[in-house]
Design a protein around this ligand. Sequence first.
Ligand code: RIB
Ligand code: CA
Length: 306
Amino acid sequence: MRQVILDCDPGIDDALAIFTLLAEPDVAVLGMCATVGNVPVDIGYRNLRNLAAFTGRSDVPVFRGAELPLVRGYAFDPLVHGEDGLGGAELPESSAPVQTENAVIATCRMLHEAPGNVTWIATGPLTNVALALRLDPSIREKVDRLVVMGGSTLRGNITPVAEFNVWADAEAWRVAVESGVPLTMVGLNVTHQVACSKEDYAEIRRMPGKVAQAADRMLAYYEEVYRRQGWGEAKLHDVVAVLEAIQPGICGTVPCSVAVETASALTYGQTVVDDRAKIEDANCDVAMAVDAGAVRRSMLSAIASF
Ligand code: RIB
Ligand code: CA
């Protein structure tokens, strides 16, 4: 049974990724952590608790993490995910016990307590991840893979060269990249290839379950934002990363040397990916291809299963 810890900033595509993760029978989700990112951490933490309860998985403990990025400030922009972070989906309030342990401490504890190694997944900025790696570098020995949605080998999205999760806390990404943790980067160069088709939307609308109805509501909001902004189809960024973590190989990866820009105002948050690197110099497996159809089919199957 694959053991997983998820760190995220829900967020609509985070929510779809969480549905996909929690539906997987061969995965033991040890815990889920909220970090500042798409929304302030209080909203992300509330969304994460409610997503766990809504899917009948209040057994998965949810922890509140970083309020602010490591160095830079934080300005919340509701453009993409809405003020509530879930496109107005309005999930019922969870009645699960509130975890008073901070996400960073809890992550280190869960990694040490886990029998065997853990697949650590991050679909938001890496602030919690960096703090955990700095607090207790020995946790690296318990991580089989840290699979992260972030970065890009090509263009950015929040700036011409930076992807949002890196741009939100580039110093945190630098800590992770330089930590020696076994890192897999699932960047925009692959996630931009993955979006629901019209048939997918119609299939979700035909599903009877409440999770499908919530997913339909979130996707409708998300798709409208993308359409209004002229960004094309609504991209399932975080779903790709979660599926690479639980179905290794859904992405094709290449060992590269990755560096992160933290000094330049112009290119802050850019991931500089060197695929010329010799294997021994590589610090990250970088996704260069993805089976987009398999991602979409897995997500639809997961949503239908609740
Ligand atoms: O750039 C895409 C990433 O930024 C996704 O994780 C999305 O949820 C936002 O956090
Ligand atoms: Ca996210």
